[in-house]
Write a protein that binds this ligand. Structure first.
Ligand SMILES: O=C(CO)COP(=O)(O)O
Length: 250
């Protein structure tokens, strides 16, 4: 079965000291549950420090972004091997904020995903529609097209390493979560697309997270849906108590 995966995307928050304090709080309250996976994705500046702090604990380290080249004159960019070097196991690619503010496209997301896989990193690939797209009835077509384009050239075997995060843009940071029924419907559509691309058996093994205003008071209902296998959490991952409650979903 699919092991649930709860990941915290800290976005552009947390100094080194704040990062240490948050992780210390998480480690203190985490317990030793092995039936779920926990990931934190600090900003680049805190990766090495948090990497040391979570080494050999129940928390895995993830980065929020990666560039697809191995090295070179790419000012400001970070290569996959640099993320491995500081202990990253996961990397988010294609977050809607990267698509909106930093020019990511399905094509660049696909290159980053391949670069991550080639270096032993597990990509968390984000997809999601805007409010106008949802209102126009295009949500499913947009999201499944993002899935196809982002996963172009990936093999069924490689899908064991890939996590998909469905994050409707209108639900991010707004407090306006998708209903669990709407989220489930989209997750099922994504899984059906994966079945077309990689076969039904592989599709059943791929974890699909929901993201967008996940909070302690809606996580249980979301996780009760058959095709929701975890959460990618922004704001509520910035405090130990709320993230711990999300990790401890029923
Ligand atoms: O974008 C998100 C996680 O990547 C979701 O952010 P919020 O949980 O703050 O809505």
């Amino acid at each position: 079965m699919r092991k649930p995966i709860i990941a915290g995307n800290w976005k552009m928050y947390k100094t080194l000291g704040e990062a240490r304090e948050l992780v210390a709080g998480l480690l203190a309250g985490l317990g030793d549950a092995t039936d779920r996976e926990v990931v934190v994705c600090p900003p680049y500046t805190a990766l090495a420090s948090v990497g040391e702090q979570v080494a050999n604990t129940g928390i895995s380290l993830g980065a929020q972004e990666v560039f697809y080249e191995a090295q070179g004159a790419f000012t400001g960019a970070i290569a996959p091997q640099m993320l491995c070097d500081v202990g990253c196991r996961y990397v988010i690619v294609g977050h809607s904020e990267r698509r909106q503010f930093f020019g990511d496209t399905d094509a660049s997301v696909n290159r980053k995903l391949h670069a991550a896989l080639a270096n032993g990193l597990r990509p968390i690939m984000c997809v999601g529609e805007s409010k106008p797209q949802r209102d126009a009835g295009e949500a499913e077509a947009i999201v499944t097209a993002q899935v196809r384009a982002g996963l172009a050239g990936v093999s069924a075997a490689q899908m064991a390493e890939v996590v998909i995060a469905y994050e409707p843009i209108w639900a991010i940071g707004t407090g306006d979560t998708a209903t669990s029924a709407d989220a489930q419907a989209m997750h099922a559509a994504i899984r059906a697309t994966l079945a077309e691309l990689f076969g039904a058996e592989t599709a059943q093994t791929v974890r699909i997270q929901y993201g967008g205003s996940v909070k302690p008071d809606n996580i249980d209902e979301l996780m009760a849906q058959p095709d929701i296998d975890g959460a990618l959490v922004g704001g509520a991952s910035l405090k130990a108590d709320s993230f711990l409650r999300i990790i401890q979903f029923q």
